[in-house]
Design a protein around this ligand. Structure first.
Ligand code: PLP
Length: 415
């Protein structure tokens, strides 16, 4: 007898962790559409539309605003694998686990990596970034906009201008913030930015929006040209020999997305449908309204958590709106409480990595779940679970405080 298993039919869950979150049903419906051939005129039209949609979301005129097939790190890796020459200096400004990931990816593509660290729970001042650029003279600076591991949000409005002054390229990982907080690519002089669908965009993991400034794209093409035969001998054992990644060669990916449509990978049809719907939903809501909805959900969550007598982790002035770090109180069994949230209420909240493991829960309210009802239900369940753990709290205070935030704020969105 073959081993078959049951059909996929998961229990209902409310995903209020650091992502993934519940996908918007509209996105799931779009993803159930039938396949098209990748060179079918209808499909090429969808690809063109995706570029137009994401240009608007990234608030950029960058021609190259498209989707990389893969989870968010695939887009990060594609940028680094395509721009960085072996031995070139890359500076990573790290304030958590995902800064470390940027450094790891940069090392894997052969960069000479320098890391400047901010303590977990804090962010960088522009002056510290400038000092590090002066000290290390990198070709590329890479940093997260929001580091999900610490819940901190790095202000970026001045960083691009600093990079320009020193002739440094700027790559931003906006996986966890894109759609939840402003990222005007052109106004902030960002050369390359990458995101994911599974957080504030309300989609599933598996496709990653990316945007490349024109000069950055030109530098990628120039590098490809070198690799095709003009690279100095010391780097290239034989003329015409390709090096580096094929899948993540953005020059080839851009050719594939261009009007020439040069064959590369087979575009992940279903993910493209999903990414397109995520963008349509956000643009229908309005970019500013979508950010405001995330800000409001974050404020309500913080108010609720504090009213329960809990402490919010880190520099709260610089926290991501869509994730709240909650310091685990003395005497509460963190894993048991998280387990009860899931088994009794079907609500997932997040644990933490590294130095924060066992010290901080991470509660998200983002994308499709940045909604009043989701925030209130989570806080209500959280209160019951904490009380069962023996934590002294004022019953009903969390939900009431969050509701008060919603009541004080005039609705800016239909959601
Ligand atoms: C800030 C940040 N960068 C990168 C990643 C990696 O994304 P993925 O797991 O989709 O590859 C994540 C995932 O949570 C993230 O939060």
């Amino acid at each position: 007898m073959p081993t078959v298993f049951d059909a996929v039919n998961p229990l209902p869950r409310l995903l209020m962790g650091p992502g993934p979150i519940n996908a918007d049903p509209r996105v799931l419906r779009a993803m159930s559409a039938q396949m098209l051939g990748q060179f079918d005129p209808q499909f090429r039209q969808y690809m063109r539309e995706v570029m137009v949609l994401y240009r608007q979301l990234f608030q950029t005129n960058n021609e190259w605003s498209l989707i990389i097939d893969g989870t968010a790190r695939s887009a990060i890796e594609a940028v680094m694998a395509s721009i960085v020459e072996p031995g070139e200096r890359v500076l990573v400004a790290s304030f958590g686990r995902f800064g470390q990931l940027l450094a790891e990816i940069a090392r894997r593509v052969g960069a000479h990596v320098r890391v400047v660290d901010a303590d977990w729970g804090t962010v960088f001042t522009p002056e510290r970034i400038e000092e590090a650029i002066r000290a290390h003279a990198p070709r590329l600076l890479a940093l997260c906009q929001g580091d999900t591991s610490t819940t901190m949000l790095q202000p970026l409005d001045q960083i691009g201008a600093i990079c320009r002054r020193y002739g440094v390229l700027l790559q931003v990982d906006a996986t966890a913030t894109f759609g939840g907080t402003p990222l005007p690519i052109d106004a902030w002089h960002i050369d390359a930015a990458t995101a994911g669908l599974q957080k504030c965009l309300g989609g599933p993991p598996g496709a990653s929006p990316i945007t490349l400034a024109p000069d950055f794209a030109k530098q990628i093409y120039r590098r490809r040209h070198i690799e095709e035969g003009l690279r100095p001998k010391e780097y290239l054992p034989g003329p015409g020999r390709m090096i580096g990644s094929n899948y993540f060669d953005l020059a080839m990916v851009m050719d594939y997305w261009s009007e020439q449509g040069l064959n590369h990978h087979t575009e992940a049809t279903t993910m493209l449908y999903g990414a397109r719907e995520c963008a349509r939903i956000m643009l229908e809501e309005g970019i500013d309204q979508c950010h405001a909805r995330h800000t409001l959900a974050g404020r309500a969550m913080v108010a609720g958590v504090e009213a329960l007598g809990l402490r919010v982790y880190g520099d709260v002035q610089n926290k991501m709106p869509n994730i709240t770090g909650v310091v685990i109180p003395e005497g509460v069994n963190a894993d048991r409480a998280r387990g009860a949230m899931l088994s009794d209420f079907g609500i997932e909240i997040g644990t933490s990595f590294g130095p924060l493991q066992g010290k901080v829960w991470r509660i998200g309210a983002m994308g499709y779940n940045a909604r009043k009802d989701a925030v209130l239900v989570t806080l209500g369940a959280f209160e019951t679970v904490l009380a069962a753990e023996g934590f002294k709290l004022s019953r009903g205070a969390g939900v009431d405080a969050a509701l008060a935030v919603y009541r004080q704020t005039a609705p800016t969105t239909p959601k």
